[in-house]
Design a protein around this ligand. Structure first.
Ligand SMILES: Nc1ncnc2c1ncn2[C@@H]1O[C@H](COP(=O)(O)OP(=O)(O)OP(=O)(O)O)[C@@H](O)[C@H]1O
Ligand SMILES: [Mg+2]
Length: 287
């Protein structure tokens, strides 16, 4: 599997780009797509999923240009859009059967597949209740299930962990790791902890452009000698933030314990082991 995105732009209005001259090549494994709100994540994912067309550039899957042959992509695709909607009066079985029919999936394997997905997503107990009565996290899990109906080879999940509680996040992670054997999986988020434990590769984007792409160690190496901790007075925080990127603060007696990123640490700072969160903050603040 090889997904190539070459110089792709999406222009929404005359001078307004959702994505600008974006290039990346993705091969099998899990790619975490990280970026703040408005970075262009959904714009990119919708074009890969063939629900939106690039204004410029080429997206190809195994050398097939998907603008010319959208079905080649669609047959192998599982997509959870960010704004996925459900039909509230259908129960989980009915909804998944409906989605399967829309996708042209049928046959004797369908019912066992639906059952397997509902089990994998911990929805069996409520599967006979109308989806309208589900919590946000349960609806999200139905959205994940529908994307997996056709045993896709390329799986695109736009903000899949929104609304999932910690236990369901773990379950989701395990499910994705099991799926990822010879597939391409792309997960977007603006929260590092949603992807850092499962992504083989990470791409960081901002303002419609790719800032960096690589494995987690590559990305973390941007800040490996720049993360420190120190203690400052509360009233010093404003000035401190002008000179350094503050990752987090916590109260320590009368003072503040500050984790920060800098090339010029102040006296009495202790260097810390850098994380993907530090690197993400550094890359999106500095670009
Ligand atoms: N249909 C549209 N018409 C005009 N502008 C749009 C449209 N969709 C997105 N945009 C703009 O394109 C940019 C990228 O939006 P996009 O939704 O792709 O970002 P995102 O990274 O998915 O953000 P979020 O984390 O909030 O989901 C934003 O500036 C947004 O306002
Ligand atoms: Mg989005």
């Amino acid at each position: 599997m090889k997904l190539e995105i070459q110089n792709v732009s999406k222009r929404y209005q005359r001078n307004r780009y959702g994505l600008k001259d974006f290039s990346i090549t993705i091969e099998k494994g899990i790619l975490g797509l990280l970026g703040p709100n408005g970075a262009g994540k959904s714009t990119l994912l919708k074009m890969i999923a063939t629900v939106n067309k690039p204004s410029d550039g080429i997206i190809s899957l195994n050398k097939n240009n998907i603008a010319k042959d959208a079905n080649y992509m669609r047959k192998q695709l599982g997509f959870l859009p960010q704004d996925f909607g459900v039909y509230p009066n259908l129960n989980a079985y009915e909804f998944l059967e409906y989605m399967a029919a829309m996708k042209g999936i049928g046959g004797p394997n369908l019912k066992p597949r639906i059952h397997q997905l509902l089990e994998g997503l911990n929805l069996i107990d409520t599967a006979k209740k109308p989806i309208g009565t589900y919590s946000g996290g349960m609806k999200q899990r139905i959205g994940i299930a529908q994307a997996l109906l056709n045993s896709p080879k390329i799986i695109i999940f736009d903000e899949p962990t929104v609304g999932l509680d910690p236990e369901e996040r773990v379950r989701f992670r395990n499910l994705i790791s099991d799926l990822a054997n010879d597939c391409i999986v792309i997960l977007s988020s603006h929260i590092v902890s949603d992807i850092d434990t499962i992504a083989d590769q990470v791409a960081v984007m901002k303002n419609g452009t790719l800032i960096t792409h690589g494995n987690q160690e590559n990305i973390i190496s941007n800040v490996h000698d720049k993360v420190y901790e120190t203690s400052i007075k509360k009233e010093e925080l404003g000035t401190f933030k002008l000179n350094h990127i503050v990752v987090s603060t916590s109260r320590k007696n009368e003072n503040l314990l500050v984790r920060y990123i800098t090339t010029a640490p102040i006296a009495n700072s202790i260097r810390q082991v850098a994380t993907l969160e530090d690197a993400y903050l550094y890359l999106t603040k500095n670009n």
